[in-house]
Design a protein around this ligand. Sequence first.
Ligand SMILES: [Zn+2]
Length: 505
Amino acid sequence: MKNRVLPILALLLVLTVALSAFLPSDTFAQAFSKTNNTYNGKTPKYVFLFIGDGTSFPQIAAAEMYLGAQKKTTAPQTKALDFTNFPATGVAATFDSDSFIPDSASTGTSIASGIKTGNGIINMDPQKQTSVEPITRKLKDKGYKIGVVSSVSIDHATPAVFYANEASRNNYYEIGLQLANSNFDYFGGGGFKDPEGKNTKMPNPQNILDVAKKNGFTVASTKDEILQLNNNSGKVIAINPELDADKAMPYEIDRKDGELKLSDYVRKGIEVLDNKNGFFMMVESGKIDWANHANDAAASIHDTIEFNNAVMEAYKVYEKYPNDTLIIVTGDHECGGLTIGFAGTEYETFFNKLEKQTLSYIGFDKIINDYKKSTKPENYKFEDLLPQIKTAFGLTASADGTSGLVLTASEYSRLQEAFKRSMEAKADRNYTDHEKIIYGTYEPLTVTLTHILNNKAGLSFTTYSHTGLPVPVYAVGLGHELFNGSYDNTDIYKKMAAITKADQK
Ligand SMILES: [Zn+2]
């Protein structure tokens, strides 16, 4: 028996080895997934990292198609966001150590520090035992000045991974305190969620801004103070004068003329940070994510367009110093499951319908709240809100000869149902399983209005949370070629570190 088995085994072994040369396998995939993270070229003096939160291919494509539709041509046309024309384009995987569907803390940690970690963790390993150093601290030690900008609160997960280590992204006081105790140079955009430490377990919390001032920061919080900041201002915290309840800057679609916007904070940051040793600036557009959570396509598109404007402020530095600059633009994960295409519009899209939307979902929530406050419950009537619905979303109950988008009978009854729920106190809304899906945690009337308008435009969302899509990466400047190809989000750190020699003593 033994004599017969051995030759058969030997034959099987030969066959396996021979076949493996032709069949796709893990080793086959590995052989081609070796992305290049080595760099021997000149180190850039000016490094910009732009992160669109919740921003992936669908958010970028939607903005480009929306802009293209404004050309009013019959054939489909897009207008490219400028950064998508950068010479390097890559694709980065976004899963974290817990899930294919990550959050901004885990993905931000991967980009800032190069490790995979779990949901909600800021620059620590998945067991929350060991801290990791973000690239910003390494570059600060090398003499770069460091800037961190966000359109949402400056203690939110994405900005936090560039200056803090914390077991939970929700420890806003602890995160803000690390900002105040950092030796970084420029913080701009949103404010602090818990400056007085109302939710901290730390004994005798001191006000974060007092700590920052004691540590030499200048705090600017009016438009004049912010515009007067310059190269001699020293360490700066610039807090936007207009902040919402979450301490974030307004949505672009809601921002009033003359109010500061994300690109203003990039331009000011360049001025404040400029010095002979160079600087690293991380800029987050945080509300693209929030708009997609709320399934508000128009708000997402307007913030994505302003994100491009912010990138172009950095591009002016590249144009001036092409041999000293690197600009990287990416997202941390997708949000909303947005896509171009809806069952009701089949192979058509009507992006120009989104032009009818004049305020964000938050703006319309306020209209609903004001109506509830000013009206007795027995007088609540959906028809009362039709004029505001037309102004905000261009949707009308009937073809009244104006340019409104006429609601179908089924859309109208969906709005009436949603209105009833919106008029109830939140605690009394005992949703059916179906309602949990159609309303999420959002104001029922508002989210039904954005869904109807999105769908009329040919767009649709699958979720109120993040998704597992990969994200694009664009780069221009010194070392940009490393960002071509397909890789993991931890490779974004590795490439930045290689190009800036951040890990070399
Ligand atoms: Zn999010």
